[in-house]
Write a protein that binds this ligand. Structure first.
Ligand code: SAH
Ligand code: SF4
Length: 370
């Protein structure tokens, strides 16, 4: 009998990798179809429940493989319906996953790393440092756990999760292969069948990885811009010193023009009082984005204890929005959800044992990215 550490966790294998796995066992490829449906559509993690798989194959699978989702250590629903899970991953660290219901839509905010190395000055995840990348099984495992918690589906809750955004902890483009495998499973008809328009990757702008992304997938894109000029963005998003705004927007355009359908990018702009919320910032932003097919999502800054930044007043945020609307942009203000359970953007911290020394972090990241 193999120990857990030696077993392949089938949860993280997209279809082509699962087929290769079965072929390596001397089995037919169609077994992958069966397994995908059992694991992802029906939430099954026990090989013995797989009634269309022979006893001999089930025994073989038990010896070499496992289906193991993250362990839920916290599961709370906020007054407004926002639900947050804290999930413990191997090695004791944990990440947070949030479900935001909104009418017929349910958006799951998924984490890609334990912590984040990019150290954006307004982000509590960044402040906690970086521990490691999540595996593909740990990324898709968040959707698996969330969806499974609504089973068996009944009265109207049969589609509790309609959208996924890679906007939890971590920078998804710095965990490229695992994130791509997990997103493929999200879109796979035999698994979750979520349309490419409803799976969104959010990035602070790792330009070469963005170009690579366009070669392998066609998910929707959110760009965390937060500032209309390099001088200000350098202060908020240190990665901007390596990949400045002009390069990031050019890469975003290339990505959009490579898609087979007409789609807009979402520009995310965390509005911070007295920092990037002035009318001239909005005017500059309107000018900057003129040639980019995009909509703009304003996120009033969510405070956290280690930060001196402040949330802008609703009036200041609306004034900012009006300038963009008048310039012809579709602009939304993200309402804060789940703040009674610390589930809002940038409040996700989990438990992160920082393995990087802050002074080294930026250097390490830029090496990974280049
Ligand atoms: N690393 C990726 C995805 C995770 S961050 C990225 O940066 O895009 C998801 C979003 O939450 C980003 O747009 C980020 O800028 C925003 N965010 C982070 N901290 C925040 C805070 N304190 N208040 C409001 N939004 C925040
Ligand atoms: Fe990392 Fe995104 Fe937070 Fe920046 S905003 S530190 S890239 S998680």
């Amino acid at each position: 009998m193999n120990t857990s550490a030696e077993k392949v966790n089938l949860l993280g294998l997209p279809k082509h990798k699962l087929e290769a796995f079965f072929e390596s066992l001397g089995e037919k490829k169609f077994r992958a179809t069966q397994l995908l449906q059992w694991m992802h559509q029906r939430g099954v993690d026990d090989f013995d429940q797989m009634s269309n798989v022979s006893k001999a194959l089930r025994d073989k699978l038990k010896d070499v493989a496992e289906i193991r989702g993250p362990e839920v250590i916290y599961d709370e629903t906020s007054k407004d319906g926002t639900r947050k899970w804290v999930m413990r991953m191997d090695n004791g660290n944990s990440v947070e996953t949030v479900l935001i219901p909104d009418g017929q839509r349910g958006t799951l905010c998924v984490s890609s790393q334990i912590g984040c190395s990019l150290d954006c000055t307004f982000c509590s995840t960044g402040k906690r440092g970086f521990n490691r990348n999540l595996t593909a099984a740990e990324i898709i495992g968040q959707l698996w756990v969330a969806r499974r918690s609504f089973m068996p589906f009944d009265h109207g809750s049969d589609r509790p999760i309609t959208n996924v955004v890679m906007m939890g902890m971590g920078e998804p483009l710095l965990n490229f292969d695992n994130v791509v495998d997990a997103m493929n499973l999200m879109m796979e008809d035999l698994a979750y069948g979520i349309s490419k328009r409803r799976v969104t990757l959010s990035t602070s702008g790792v330009v070469p990885a963005l170009d690579k992304l366009g070669e392998v997938t066609d998910v929707s894109l959110a760009i965390s811009l937060h500032a209309p000029n390099d001088e200000l963005r350098n202060q908020l998003v240190p990665l901007n010193k390596k990949y400045p705004i002009a390069e990031l927007l050019a890469a975003t355009k290339r990505y959009l023009s490579g898609l087979s359908d007409k789609r807009k990018a979402t520009i995310e702009y965390t509005v911070i009082e007295g920092v990037n919320d002035k009318p001239e910032h909005a005017q500059q932003l309107a000018k900057l984005l003129r040639d980019l097919p995009c909509k703009i999502n304003l996120i009033p800054f969510n405070p956290f204890p280690e930060s001196d930044f402040r949330r802008p007043s609703m009036n200041a945020t609306r004034r900012f929005q009006n300038i963009l609307n008048e310039a012809g942009y579709v602009t939304t203000i993200r309402t804060t959800r789940g703040d009674d359970i610390d589930a809002a953007c940038g409040q996700l911290v989990g438990r992160v044992e920082d393995k990087t020394r802050r002074s080294q972090r930026y250097i390490q990241v830029t090496q990974v990215a280049s």
